[in-house]
Design a protein. Structure first.
Length: 145
């Protein structure tokens, strides 16, 4: 767990860029950070990530499988934990080679049904990826699951 402001975002972007040949990239974040991540990806990977290659999921009406049916998914997709839960089936159909989960302490075992659904959706998407990068500034339990 690194504290806020030490550069976890840029470290994750640099790490993910090392596996560029395995993309598409999925970034799972709290809803308030979706546009921040879009801007940071464009800032730190100029020439690699252009604005038209980044798809930010804003609502459940954003049907990825319909938008990209028969086409390659966007190079980068950014989604909140809640929308990942709601659209989990669609995200599982699209294969992401690299997944970044920011504030990954949000996907942990819990007694709350709401949290466990988000955790299960995130775990399934991460399990389907070749690479996963988990970021948090919050210390975690020794056995998070």
């Amino acid at each position: 767990a690194d504290e806020m402001g030490v550069g976890k975002t840029v470290q994750a972007i640099a790490c993910a860029s090392c596996y560029r040949q395995e993309w598409p990239l999925l970034v799972v974040v709290p809803a308030s950070l979706r546009l921040v991540w879009a801007n940071e990806l464009e800032r730190w990977l100029p020439g690699v990530v252009e604005p038209k290659q980044v798809h930010v999921v804003f609502g459940s009406e954003d049907k990825l499988s319909l938008n990209f049916a028969g086409k390659e998914p966007p190079l980068v997709t950014i989604v909140s934990f809640k929308m990942l839960e709601i659209l989990a089936h669609e995200f599982l159909e699209l294969r992401f080679g690299v997944v970044i989960v920011d504030e990954s302490h949000n996907i942990r075992s819990t007694q709350k049904k709401r949290d466990s659904k988000q955790t299960e959706a995130a775990k399934r998407v991460v399990a389907g990826a070749k690479r996963a990068i988990l970021l948090t500034g919050t210390p975690s339990l020794s056995k998070p699951y």
